[in-house]
Ligand binder design. Sequence first.
Ligand code: HEC
Ligand code: HEC
Ligand code: HEC
Length: 498
Amino acid sequence: MWHQLVLAAGLVLTGSLAGIALDSTAIAAEKTAGEAALVERGEYIARAADCMACHVGPNGTPFAGGKPVPTPLGNIIATNISSSKEFGIGNYSVRDLTGVLREGKTPTGKHLYPAMPYPAYRGLTADDIEALHAYLQTVPAVEHAPEAKTNLDFPFNMRFLMIGWNLINLDEEVSASEKDRGSYLVENLAHCGICHTPRDDMMGSDETQYLGGSQLGRWYAPNITSDEFAGIGGWSEEQLADYFKHGQAGYIAQAAGPMGEAVHHSLQYLSDSDRMAIASYLKTVPPIADDQQENPVFDSRINTQLIGRDPVVIKATRFEPEELERHGLKAEDIEDPDSAPGLYQQHCAGCHMDDGTGQPVSFYASLQGNTALRSANPRNLVAVILEGVAYNGATPRPLMPGFEGELDSQEIADLANYVRVEFGGHTTSNIDANQVNHIASGEQPVSGLIRYAPLLAWLGVLVAVLLIIGLVWFFWARRRRQHAPRASRHTPKNKVRP
Ligand code: HEC
Ligand code: HEC
Ligand code: HEC
């Protein structure tokens, strides 16, 4: 009996121990599954927020930092945000990351410049920040600081000035929850306005021109408000979503330059429903018109004509006589390799065809109807000729080579004028070599306030130094008077006294 009791107790004990063990492995498995899910969600958020666009290292090393972010104040170098405890953000708590993303302030109290888009990330939800943190802690540590250092001129090198900037430019409220998926993506996570909304005099974003178009070095991030002529009013939501996935909408819009990078690093990885949410939201953004824009930038009818075209890949032909006549040209014009049509024949027609319809089936863009040509702003066309178009998006596509170095500024100007009038719906186009040089320089217009800030700051320093010298002199003179021998000070007074 006694033995049986012990045996029974033993069995019960082993059973429950096994149960506990099974239970705890189940809990542990559940926990790691939960963590893995959190990390995976964080990776998606890092993609959508395009942290890599700026924090990628020189050889494409994830999050190693070192890329210069150009601003009118000078280049600001993105930092190492890998999981290195010494050089990256391996020691960050969720709270530390929240401080950076919402206030632009690191745990050591350093104020960041808004080249790090915290004014947009400020609206990220706590859940998303937590997931982002979990993911960033898993990225391989890069155990060195970026070689380049941020080196701004006085007074911009004084980071505490950002306290004032933040007071003026940051939204007061940090929204705790996601309002609507589209606006959350556009305004916060994917921070479209950082590129597409122009800056005001203080370098904050000019919300009266929300998504109204802004210069970015050589490039121009176009108006993407719902305006029918100047904006994306003429695009369907599907075309917009397609552009975010493939870097191409129909045959008439390609994402080059910084937008190509946004597609490449970020937008192609979003879910279809997120891309559609962005598209539907853009259609609701109040239109901003542009008097300069005579024709709609994006004309879907041209796209439809191209779709209807015989999809046979034709070889580039020389101009036929009747075509010459249509272009108002003579045979001699074409034979002159330096004439605009001659330049087009030599450098562009091989891929884009004589009639500019390209070879849509094999992804050689159509120039007819192309938004870069139809825009009143010639900047992106010139930038494309200079730099070409690199692969981006979810389908492999041929590259367009850049012509910087091969063509001079006058030739680029001639070509740009030619294709704008021939294929871009403009009646005239007057780009000259100076304008091409200016665009190539990437020079950014700066407000008077920013331009003269160094002068004003130095004047301020001068005034302060003079004030200090004046005060020192004043107190020194006073002390001298106080310490001077009494007699000599009082004699004259005594004289006057009765
Ligand atoms: C448009 C470019 C850009 C994007 C996009 C960007 N950053 Fe930054 N980030 C910067 C720059 C530039 C700095 C350095 C700013 C400075 O020196 O004031 C920086 C600094 C930081 C720092 C401070 C590191 C330290 O301790 O000094 C952290 C953390 C950070 N970024 C995280 C992120 C995360 C996370 C994302 C994505 C959610 C992101 N960044 C997206 C440009 C960017
Ligand atoms: C890093 C800067 C940058 C960011 C971030 C960015 N864009 Fe762009 N965007 C550009 C530039 C530059 C162009 C012009 C590209 C070209 O002509 O090839 C462009 C082009 C576009 C176009 C095509 C306009 C046209 O007329 O052809 C759309 C639509 C667009 N962007 C939407 C967005 C949306 C939505 C977001 C946010 C999810 C976004 N962009 C984020 C810089 C940016
Ligand atoms: C070797 C083939 C090739 C040559 C030569 C070429 N292109 Fe392209 N071009 C392309 C391809 C391919 C694309 C589309 C890239 C993509 O969709 O990613 C493109 C795109 C474009 C775009 C649209 C870019 C945008 O942002 O919307 C323009 C404008 C353009 N090319 C103009 C020209 C001009 C002008 C010339 C002559 C100086 C020229 N191309 C020469 C292949 C070429």
